[in-house]
Write a protein that binds this ligand. Sequence first.
Ligand code: SF4
Ligand code: SF4
Length: 280
Amino acid sequence: MNYASLDAVFRSEGITQYAAIPFSACRVTLQRLLDREPGFVPRTVLLYLVPYYAGPTENLSLYAASRDYHLFFRSFGEKLIGYLQTVFPDGGFRSYGDHSPINETDAAAKAGLGVIGRNGLLIHPVYASLVFIGDLVTDVPPEDFPGCREPVEVAYCENCGGCVRACPTGILSGNGSLCLSAVTQKKGELTPEEKELILSHGSAWGCDLCQVSCPHVKRAIKSGDALTPIDFFKSDRTPRLTYDLVANMPDSDFKSRAYAWRGRKTLLRNLALLEGKDGE
Ligand code: SF4
Ligand code: SF4
């Protein structure tokens, strides 16, 4: 394979950080995804980081202001596979972003793309944790996949404790069981405790507190390093949600957002609570 050409495929989408490691080094967490394809023998994993930060948000997670990142991964995954099939016509390729058979954070750390933070996120030296991790699994053996490297030992952050102190529920220190991000995504009725959590932090969708409190993320934002060069994440952003905006969003627009997967009712419930329309 012409490694420079693979680099060109990544760089054409603004992606500069990628690495391949043997599949055997990865932790399989969703075996059923592999079981669906009994003829496919995974041998190599190509991991890459997709920076998504395009500016601050007001009442939703940073990642959710742009259109749904799954759309980006679907389109880029097809492009990547299209290229690799020209190089390995007999190769099998499976592209993932988010719903992978392997633990992507662990694999990216083993591929040397960053360290693992106490908040559970991958921290890259430039982008910090403001990245999505994509991976492509192939049956092409590691020795035939140029650039494939031996996995490195997983390294961890310096454990400054900033994320633990910033977490509003205590879940990171083992003193709580709720995660605000999960609460905003929960369907159905909220408990009084969950409502209070949303109200006291003003979040309609997600929670970035354990991320933006991290000194690596602060540095990446302040220096400008975190800013994504990728148009998909820079355009068509909604950094603030309102009840009326979401209620009147055309289906085609709503479905192109990462928060759509829990349904419009879930998000409207949170926004009604935040705007004092709860129970109206
Ligand atoms: S997302 Fe928010 S609530 Fe969840 S662990 Fe991080 S800081 Fe805590
Ligand atoms: S805030 Fe500190 S402990 Fe938490 S992930 Fe960042 S460096 Fe690690």
